[in-house]
Design a protein around this ligand. Structure first.
Ligand code: URA
Ligand code: ZN
Length: 366
């Protein structure tokens, strides 16, 4: 029997729908879009660490950020069959509380409609109205079931303002578990700018993106583990951006620190029933393969399993700095890492490239 081609699925790929771009253009504090004279070209400024007087203030923002046809063009160039698109950071975190419900409804409907323009090729992670409070958030989670192409939600690390170990978030995690909507956890805030030192402006965006983002994710998930979220909401499913930051590499150290902590022991938190970091990595966590090297990807595969890693691109971020058109090095590096770690043509490679995402995100039903 002829083998059907297995699909390639990109689960880490962003959009700013046109209405969100309009909002960004109306603002003057991050996140915002504006030009910086004498240049007239528009720049997108989203990260606290990049809102500084330097050549690295924001990034050029073109139609690849908001035109869904450009996403499809990019997919075709890189042999990607299906993309699970998500609003890029910082989502709706900054929206005033009384506007959050409406903003999330509008953005989620708009993203769902964009998917409908290319049925079978586009699915999405929705955005939650975090600033609106628990009831508004739970209501939007319930509504997402009516949106045909939604397969989960994208979430930053701040939650309701106190991080993801905040007990106030438990009903929201519970609602996501019950709705079978995985969380795509994505960083934005990085680390306090003081850690980058006085010369940070000389180094472009390298420190916050290469180190701030992954550590932010690692810290957020570790705090969730320490607070017992995965015991209270045992079926909660999370897909971690950038292969979990540094979580696979540090899991052993985190686990050892937990086991040797007298305070946790005195509080009775080390007893039977505790899920170890390894348990959580294998039962509650999926990892994208956006780590740009075989070394990092092998750690991710060892930590969570080859059936739990999923290809991603981070498009439209990390475009080539010079040449226009053609394949992006940032994408090819991730393809190469998957091939190197799992073997070209192997069934494990096919699973990481798309099979795992098809299964976990139920992408066969359109
Ligand atoms: N920079 C961002 O701000 N977000 C991404 O997803 C990637 C790079
Ligand atoms: Zn991203």
């Amino acid at each position: 029997m002829a083998e059907t081609k297995s699909p390639i699925v990109d689960i880490h790929t962003h959009v700013y729908p046109p209405s969100y771009i309009a909002l960004l253009k109306s603002r003057s504090s991050i996140p915002y879009i504006r030009s910086f004279p004498p240049s007239s070209s528009l720049r997108l400024v989203i990260l606290p660490a990049e809102d500084t007087e330097s050549t690295s203030r924001g990034r050029p923002v073109g139609s690849e950020y908001y035109d869904i046809n450009k996403k499809i063009e990019f997919m075709d160039t890189h042999s990607i069959d299906i993309s699970v698109i998500s609003l890029a950071n910082p989502w709706l975190d900054w929206v005033p509380a009384d506007e959050a419900a409406k903003a999330a409804e509008e953005i989620n409907d708009e993203v769902n409609d964009e998917c409908g323009k290319f049925p079978g090729r586009l699915f999405a992670f929705a955005t939650l109205p975090l600033s609106g409070g628990k009831d508004v958030i739970v209501k939007e989670i319930a509504r997402l079931k009516e949106l045909k192409y939604m397969r989960g939600i994208i979430l930053g690390t701040t939650g309701l303002g106190k991080g993801l170990d905040d007990p106030e978030l438990l009903p929201i995690f519970q609602a996501l578990q019950d709705a079978k909507l995985p969380i795509f956890l994505h960083p934005h805030y990085g680390l306090p700018s003081s850690v980058w030192g006085e010369r940070a402006n000389d180094y472009g965006h390298v420190l916050p993106l290469a180190l701030g983002f992954p550590l932010e994710t690692t810290i957020a998930v570790t705090r969730m583990i320490l607070s017992g979220v995965f015991e209270t909401v045992p079926e909660l499913q999370m897909i971690l951006a950038h292969s979990g930051g540094t979580l696979p590499f540090l899991a052993g150290r985190i686990e050892s620190c937990i086991e040797h902590d007298a305070h946790l022991k005195a509080e009775g938190k080390l007893g039977k029933g505790r899920k170890t970091v390894w348990d959580v990595l294998k039962k509650n966590i999926y990892l994208d393969a956006v780590v740009y090297s075989e070394v990092g990807l092998k750690a991710a595969i060892q930590a969570s399993g080859e059936d739990r890693v999923m290809f991603g691109t981070d498009h439209p971020f990390f475009p080539p700095l010079e040449e226009e058109g053609g394949k992006w090095a940032s994408v090819e590096t991730n393809y190469e890492a998957i091939k190197g770690a799992l073997g070209g043509g192997s069934k494990e490679e096919r699973a990481a490239l798309g099979g795992n995402a098809m299964r976990v995100l139920n992408l066969n039903s359109k």
